[in-house]
Design a protein around this ligand. Structure first.
Ligand code: AHR
Length: 512
């Protein structure tokens, strides 16, 4: 049995839980849009062709804000192709994913779908093949009330009232050589500044996200953020981060410590943004938008069950690509990545798990078939539901695991929130120990624990192993089960976390 002692204090808070921390991502990629959220003719399709089963799971997931329409896709996309009568929309080659794009689904459909899902829109613009003019025109089309060519065109296309989209991404992964229209930091920084300026001249209320690095392993990481922010500081509100993790060669310990890299990435970008702030004598702070993150098996066998790669054999409509099937280990890692985001909630104000459905996603949906929850659905949906109020600082004294990639990592990982309004505290724990349970003691300074409202765990079901997944044939193998043996009295909480598990405990607390 390993052990961990955690201390929290009522007065030691990080920030309010940012509402946009539980975001997701819908890209025109593989089957995320077509046969994911949109499948006319499906038994569950509504009058607009939106799958009601996927909409219901999106609501249950608790996603608050959804980035759209890409991703790499957006860097070759003309937003005008997706408006107007569907029959007149052009069929195009999407070079990013080697796919035939019909444009049957576009901006109006996404706005309607988002309203049904109850999610905010985070719209990405194309700064790969396009520039300042297309950037300001989409803002006018979407947000201007009326009386101009573009705003009247929106009305003619069915939406008299403005879409009122607040959050805009200035391109996608422009640091990546794979990106259509890839740029140097100088080129992109200037373009982001000028596009952002032109967009704000149309609608000064919008918020803008500049592209940061595609991962902390990019050779330009650090230098990129510094140069881009030096050019665009005045126009942008956020800088983006993207990170994907996977288990390499059976090294589960390093994989389980992925959040150590996420912590490092976040803290490095904060330091860089603040250095540019100091040098430029700027007043405002740039916050962080972690607008793509997840587990993604980018290297691995390309099989029918786990199609990883983009198939370049012909231009097909919505082929199956990167439909990763997630297991117990992946869910524990996702829980720790969410913990990292929450612990940095003072600066990470937006985060989007990539993606929502079918493409590296918490939801899987078969064409003409059912939709179900993957293992990674559970930590996300429970944290989106229960992480409310203030984020509390956690002082952790835990036994360690020695990892090849990230050095020593705490065996027990945690984040805690406290909602003063309803007197509830939520604690989210991961036990990274592959074999050993963990004995955990939490000192609740300044609190008086009155009762345990909820205590649940995600672990490998009895008789199975850490590779167990939910599948089409067995959709409910992995889920939450009751966590027994939790004790909370006065200012102390004690519990035992099973080996390789993710748990949530909700307490009713008073002040002490
Ligand atoms: O989410 C899948 C892809 O990963 C996105 O299109 C791209 O931005 C990133 O490299």
């Amino acid at each position: 049995m390993s052990r961990a002692r955690i201390s929290i204090d009522r007065d030691f808070t990080i920030s309010e839980v940012p509402h946009r921390l539980f975001g997701s991502f819908v890209e025109h990629m593989g089957r995320c849009v077509y046969t994911g959220i949109y499948e006319p003719g499906h038994a569950q399709a509504d009058e607009q062709g939106f799958r009601k089963d996927v909409l219901a799971l999106t609501k249950e997931l608790g996603a608050t804000v959804i980035r759209y329409p890409g991703g790499n896709f957006v860097s070759g996309y003309n937003w005008e192709d997706g408006i107007g009568p569907v029959a007149n929309r052009p069929r195009r080659l999407d070079g990013a994913w080697h796919t035939l794009e019909t444009n049957a689904f576009g901006l109006h459909e996404f706005v309607d779908w988002s309203r049904k899902a109850g999610t905010e829109i985070m719209e990405a613009i194309n700064l790969g093949t396009r520039g300042v003019n297309a950037a300001r025109e989409i803002v006018e089309y979407a947000n201007h009330p009326g009386g101009t060519y573009l705003s009247d065109l929106r009305a003619k296309n069915g939406h008299k009232d403005p879409f009122d989209i607040k959050l805009w991404c200035l391109g996608n992964e422009m640091d990546g050589p794979w990106q259509i229209g890839h740029k140097t930091a100088q080129e992109y920084g200037r373009l982001a500044q000028e596009a952002g300026k032109a967009m704000r001249l149309v609608d000064p209320t919008i918020e803008l996200v500049a592209c940061g690095s595609s991962s902390s392993a990019m050779p330009t990481f650090g230098e990129w953020e510094q140069t881009v922010l030096t050019h665009a500081y005045d126009e942008v509100d956020y800088v983006s981060l993207h990170a994907y993790y996977q288990e390499h060669d059976g090294d589960a310990n390093s994989f389980l410590a992925s959040a150590v890299d996420m912590d490092y990435f976040i803290e490095s970008v904060v330091a860089t943004a603040d250095a540019v702030r100091a040098k430029g004598k700027h007043k405002k702070k740039i916050n962080l938008s972690f607008d793509e993150w997840n587990v993604w098996y980018q290297s691995g066998l390309d099989t029918e069950d786990q199609p990883h790669r983009v198939n370049n054999s012909g231009w097909r409509e919505h082929p199956r690509v990167i439909e990763d099937k997630y297991n117990v280990t992946d869910a524990v890692v996702v829980g720790t990545l969410l913990n990292s985001l929450l612990r940095h909630g003072d600066r990470v104000k937006i985060a989007n798990q990539a993606q929502l459905v079918n493409v590296i996603a918490p939801i899987l949906a078969e064409p003409n078939g059912p939709a179900w929850r993957q293992s990674i659905f559970y930590p996300f949906s429970l944290m989106a539901e229960l992480a409310k109020g203030k984020i509390l600082r956690t002082e952790v004294d835990s036994d360690k695991v020695d990892t090849a990639k990230f050095g020593d990592a705490d065996l027990v990982d945690v984040s805690v929130t406290w909602d003063e309004d309803n007197g509830r505290m939520a604690l989210f724990f991961a036990n990274r120990g592959l074999e050993e349970a963990a004995d955990v003691e939490v000192a609740l300074r300044g609190f008086d624990a009155k009762s345990i409202i909820r205590a649940e765990v995600l672990e490998a079901p009895e008789g199975s192993d850490r590779f167990t997944k939910n599948t089409l044939a067995q959709q409910d193998q992995i889920g939450m089960t009751p966590l027994s043996g939790v004790k909370a009295t006065g200012d102390e909480l004690r519990l035992t976390l099973p080996a390789l598990s993710w748990s949530v405990v909700v307490l009713e607390v008073g002040k002490n």
